[in-house]
Design a protein around this ligand. Structure first.
Ligand code: NAD
Length: 302
């Protein structure tokens, strides 16, 4: 039986690891937070005393950590000489990082893994906590063909759509580009509803027209920012996430880094970054990102 080390058992990693256990995989888990460890243990994850211990006994290592810095730090040895994950692993271990991190950080982490004699994939996800719990995440994977093929059955357990996007870092590239589209389109849809309201057009009439016309998009037909037209959208539940504003702000920060790295003229992406940074600095941090419509309405009323 394959043994997998799962490092980072938070909102996403906890249920992802639980799905692996349900599928019959032996999972050795580690997290810094006792509550996450207890929840994972209750789901059948074997909790060990350190990340190094989990990694040393596994052929695949999955990390699901907050940021790129966390991944790079966890991979490397500490300043005080504590062995990091790469040092602790047996040669040839497959490292799969599912955290959402910058493209260049993903490439750095993968280079560190390869230099240490291992293999590495970047495999960020979309689908949120509900997707993690239901095993319906979308995985965007960057790395070598043969490593992707080895990882695919493992990712299939946790997700429904697994796309090999190309070489190292291109999983993160796909994630950052998708979320930039999402942010810009969610703002555009919200602006259109506020404009429609001011022109005397009802929300339902705009929805009925745009959802069947060229304005059709996920931000309108699934995540509709006004209550009514799509009963399941967060707007009907006081903008309870869904996808929280702080996570969208984080992802747009990664988009901004990628824009700076490449020099692409992506003015709407950069503006969306500013708009969501402001949103996440206030109440929007823990509300769904479609709640941005309230900020737009408030500015209109001022
Ligand atoms: P989280 O904060 O709930 O979980 C991260 C966990 O990592 C925490 O439990 C933390 O204690 C642990 N951790 C940090 N450093 C560690 C270390 N050195 N060793 C072991 N454990 C460590 O975050 P999350 O919501 O689970 O998100 C994880 C990643 O997934 C992030 O990169 C996030 O951007 C991405 N993501 C989140 C969502 C979402 O809806 N929450 C959706 C898609 C992608």
């Amino acid at each position: 039986m394959i043994t997998i080390a799962f490092i980072g058992l938070g909102h996403m990693g906890g249920p992802m690891a639980a799905n692996l256990v349900r599928a019959g995989t032996r999972v050795l888990g580690f997290d810094l937070v006792p509550a996450s460890l207890e929840a994972a243990q209750a789901a059948g994850v074997e909790i060990v005393a350190s990340a190094a211990e989990a990694v040393a006994a596994s052929s695949i290592v999955i990390t699901m950590l907050p940021n790129g810095r966390d991944v790079v730090v966890a991979y490397g040895d500490s300043a005080s000489g504590e062995p990091g994950l790469l040092h602790a692993a047996t040669p040839g271990t497959l490292f799969i990082d599912c955290s959402t991190i910058a493209v260049d950080e993903a490439r750095t982490a993968a280079e560190m893994a390869v230099s240490a004699g291992h293999r590495a994939l970047d495999a960020p996800v979309s689908g949120g906590v509900v997707g993690a719990e239901n095993g319906t995440l979308a995985f965007m994977v960057g790395g070598a063909d043969r490593d992707f093929l080895e990882a695919k059955p493992v990712l299939d357990v946790m997700g429904r759509r697994i796309v090999h996007c190309g070489g190292t870092g291109l999983g993160q590239a796909a994630k950052v580009c998708n979320n930039m589209i999402l942010a810009v389109s969610q703002i555009a849809v919200a602006e259109a509803f506020v404009l429609a309201e001011r022109l005397g057009l009802s929300d339902q009439a705009l929805f009925d027209v745009a959802s069947n016309a060229s304005g059709q998009c996920w931000a309108l037909t699934t995540n509709c920012p006004v209550p009514g037209p799509v009963p399941t959208s967060p707007a009907n539940h006081d903008y309870e996430p869904g996808f929280a504003g702080f996570l969208m702000a984080k992802d747009l920060g990664l988009a901004e880094q990628a824009i700076e790295l490449t020099g692409v003229d992506a003015r709407l992406g950069l503006l969306a970054r500013e708009i969501y940074a402001d949103y996440a600095a206030g109440e929007g941090a823990h509300r769904d990102f479609s709640g941005i419509i309230e900020t737009i309405r408030a500015a209109d009323a001022a």
